[in-house]
Write a protein that binds this ligand. Sequence first.
Ligand SMILES: Cc1ncc(COP(=O)(O)O)c(C=O)c1O
Length: 422
Amino acid sequence: MTQEPPPWIAASSGAGGDVAASYNWEHAESLRSKKMAWSPWRVRPEPPNAVPPIMLTGGIPDPDSLPIDDFIASNERVLRREGMFALQYGGPQGYPGLREWLAKDINRREGLDLRAENFVLTCGSSGGLENLVEALINPGDVAIIERPCYPGSTRVIMSCLAEIEGVPVDADGLDCDALEQTVARITAARKTPKLLYTISNFQNPAASTLALERRQRVIEICRRNNILIVQDDAYGAITFGREPLPSLFALAGGDGAVLLGTFSKTLATGLRVGWIMAAQNIVDAVTRMRFDMGVSPWTSRMIADFCESGTYDEHVPRMIEIYRRKRDLMLSSLEERCTKFARWNVPAGGFFVWLELSEGVDPVALDQATLEEGVGYVGGKAFFDNGDGANYARLCYSNVAETEIPEAIMRFGRALERASAH
Ligand SMILES: Cc1ncc(COP(=O)(O)O)c(C=O)c1O
């Protein structure tokens, strides 16, 4: 099948479009590597109505609260003070000043004794996962993920040609009995279960948090079977109320567990700065393997200045209040409009509400009805690598304007009603 050339080629090829005409796109298809992994993302067609859709899709920060002026101030200070260093390569482990701040901050919150050496700066937490699995996973190793799971991570793990096994998640996080059975099945098949990937706080998409007793049990199961725990803590700082639970890294005494962190959700996704927090042997493996020339020293130094000046500690509680208000508004709107068609749990942090659709709701009809009503959501299937999940939906409250939430949920409720009539 001949493919259309990508639009930038067509646009740049001048009146005759010669570049596009001379390139064999079928050949380009054949260049795709074996690492090209499954992707659930689909482009939805243009809505057939004139109503501009309200999107409850992207798990990204509130656009009005991005700290742009503070970033400008930090940026200017950094370039004037240390521009020569900010504008050079920074090495595979990343700017030590930011790693020192991270160590201090996490030591204070978790009562640990980490040093800058325990951190590697990465291109967000997704880049951290990529660096980690590239260093640790061999083709054919088995990686255990949660079902549902953030599909970007599933993709990254699959791209290392690992086999994937999924363990269900309920309101208290990963189901430990199912984990135990899954590990037994893998080892009985003489395969190596190498890694467990878990989003233990305010899971994306299920919005659940792994209970303390389950954290202990996960550590015990993984230790017994020599499985590395990779806790992706993208949303851990966005907590509404109760004290955050200790990380699996802290509970495991830093042995057999790694934590992935990011500034994407607390500050801005465009920074592309996150980190791997790990014991020295894992840090060494990652930095030895890595050859992407590291994270931008400029951005890392700008973030370090922002954090050291105390602005980060003022910013995060402000963001949490915004998300708490939006969550409450989304929950009360759902309560008003949607109880007949779905159920959900109350997220204690993070960006999402995860809906289990009632039996009578037809997910295909819902997809069409939301298009026509003008509201965007993510269908549950996107979060399951095994084709399940059609009877779930993820709604995100972080990025939509607060004033639009009631209208968005009213539209979603109407779409649910229409999809139930089938
Ligand atoms: C669980 C989880 N991990 C990682 C990411 C990607 O984060 P980053 O921007 O830090 O790569 C996301 C983004 O939605 C996420 O939900």
